[in-house]
Design a protein around this ligand. Structure first.
Ligand SMILES: CC(C)(COP(=O)(O)OP(=O)(O)OC[C@H]1O[C@@H](n2cnc3c(N)ncnc32)[C@H](O)[C@@H]1OP(=O)(O)O)[C@@H](O)C(=O)NCCC(=O)NCCS
Length: 169
C-alpha cells in the first residue's frame, strides 16, 4: 500500500465515495454529484499549496490509478481554536482488510516528519463502528462526544486525539 496526492482524474473515486448512500451513511447521506469536480479541484489545489493533504490509498504501487480510498489531514477552527483533523474513507471492495488503519498510520508518520500539525484529532460518527475501530486500533485517546458540522450537516461524533510524535500502535 502507498499514499499519493490527489489528482483531478480522481473525480471518479470521489463520486464512488461521496455520492454513495452506503459510504455516506454515517456522514449525513450522499452528496450531490454536481459538486464533485469542484471538490476534487479544491483538494488538488490545497495539496499543491501544501496547506491540506488529501492522499489517495493505493493498494498496488504498480498501478497507482486503482484507488482503495482516501485519507486526509487539514486544519480548521473548532470552538474558536485551530486544530488538525484527520479523516478517511475506504471503498467497499477494500473494506475490512486493514487499508484504513495502515493509511492512517502512514499519514501520521508523514505528519510527524513534517512537524507542523501538532495534536491530530478525529471525529467519527458515534454510530460508525469501523471508524471508531480505526481510532482504537491505531492508539488514539478517546476525548468525549462532540456535535460537529460536516458538509453542512450536524453529526454526533466521538472525539479522539493522538500525538503523531508518540509511540502509537
Ligand atoms: C470506516 C472505514 C474507513 C474503515 O476502513 P477499513 O479499511 O475497512 O478499516 P480497517 O480494515 O483498517 O479496520 C480498522 C479497525 O476497525 C475494526 N472494525 C472494522 N469493522 C468494525 C465493526 N463493524 N465494528 C467494530 N470494529 C470494526 C477492525 O477490526 C480494525 O481494528 P483491529 O485492527 O483492532 O481489528 C470504511 O468502513 C469506510 O470508508 N466507511 C465509509 C465511510 C466512512 O464512514 N468514513 C469515515 C468517516 S469518519
Amino acid at each position: 500500500m502507498l499514499l499519493r496526492n490527489v489528482v483531478l482524474a480522481d473525480v471518479d473515486a470521489y463520486i464512488r465515495m461521496r455520492c454513495d448512500p452506503a459510504m455516506m451513511k454515517d456522514l449525513g447521506g450522499p452528496l450531490p454529484r454536481e459538486g464533485m469536480e469542484e471538490k476534487v479541484g479544491r483538494d488538488v489545489r490545497l495539496a499543491a499549496e501544501d496547506t491540506a493533504w488529501t492522499k489517495m490509498i493505493i493498494p498496488e504501487a504498480a498501478d497507482p490509478s486503482v484507488v482503495a480510498g482516501t485519507v486526509s489531514l487539514w486544519s480548521h477552527e473548532v470552538d474558536d481554536q485551530y486544530i488538525s483533523e484527520v479523516g478517511w474513507m475506504v471503498l467497499p471492495a477494500f473494506q475490512g482488510q486493514g487499508y484504513g488503519k495502515r493509511a492512517v498510520r502512514a499519514l501520521l508518520e508523514m505528519a510527524n516528519e513534517d512537524g507542523r500539525w501538532g495534536l491530530i484529532h478525529a471525529f467519527p460518527a458515534t454510530s460508525n463502528l469501523p471508524s471508531n475501530g480505526i481510532c482504537r486500533a491505531v492508539g488514539f485517546t478517546f476525548v468525549g462526544e462532540q456535535s460537529l458540522e460536516f458538509a453542512g450537516r450536524v453529526l454526533d461524533t466521538h472525539h479522539w486525539v493522538i500525538d503523531p510524535g508518540t509511540e502509537w500502535t
